[in-house]
Ligand binder design. Structure first.
Ligand code: SAM
Length: 213
């Protein structure tokens, strides 16, 4: 880890015991949850925007959903996960935290579930995309109709270990291909004139897109 990242990591607030346990679980079971510094920033965005309705693509063990809810306890969160084992673990974690009334979990492929949510005319103020990186552009275009005017879409991993800006760092053809897909997504995203987008180089890279009214 470089000195700047180390410095940022040392200066974010301590997480409570529940979150520390989830972080430990993710570490020991190699579940890719959000990095602490970008998670801290995401909770900041939630605190600033106070979104009533949040949609998350990619629940994993429920860590980021629980952190976003803690940041704004009046929010209602819908979170989608396609991996059944992850879904069961997240369900348990959310029940143990006594947050099942605020966090609705849906098992299934995000693209299919988004279509269902769209048929139900559901709307969201804040959408967090943290699922299969190769599909970000499809996720983004598919969730767009669900976003309220002035709403925000945040994507994680848009700098992908630094490979997006420097593909020679990628240590396999697969990683290089994935970096190319994310690079194309970033270029496409920055060109969307109905959104104001910034890419923030913390954690694995976050994009923040505000829908212009
Ligand atoms: N947001 C979580 C957190 O920080 O606590 C981490 C999510 S993890 C990086 C990505 C998750 O997205 C994985 O559990 C994976 O199974 C799920 N996923 C990937 N593609 C998906 C898809 N098309 N639909 C639903 N879930 C998907």
């Amino acid at each position: 880890m470089d000195k700047l990242s180390q410095y940022l990591l040392e200066h974010i607030p301590e997480r409570n015991e529940t979150f520390q346990k989830l972080e430990e679980y993710a570490r020991t079971h190699r579940v890719p949850i959000m990095e602490p510094v970008s998670m801290n920033f995401l909770t900041q965005l939630v605190k600033m925007n106070r979104p009533k309705q949040i949609l998350e693509l990619g629940t994993a063990i429920g860590y980021s959903a629980l952190r976003m809810l803690e940041a704004y306890p009046l929010a209602t969160i819908t979170t989608i996960e396609r991996n059944e084992e992850m879904f069961q673990i997240a369900t348990r974690n959310i029940e143990n935290a006594d947050k099942s009334d605020r966090i609705q979990m849906i098992l299934g492929d995000a693209l299919e579930i988004i279509q269902q949510l769209s048929n139900e005319q559901r709307k969201y103020d804040f959408i967090f995309i943290d699922a299969a990186k190769a599909q970000y552009q499809r996720f983004f275009t598919n969730v767009e109709p669900l976003l309220n005017d002035g709403g925000i879409i945040v994507c994680d991993n848009v700098l992908f270990k630094g490979y997006v800006a420097n593909s020679s760092k990628a240590n396999s053809r697969r990683m290089e291909n994935l970096a190319t897909k994310i690079r194309l997504f970033n270029e496409w995203l920055m060109a969307q004139s109905n959104y104001h987008t910034s890419i923030i180089p913390i954690g694995d890279g976050l994009s923040i897109s505000i829908k212009i009214k």
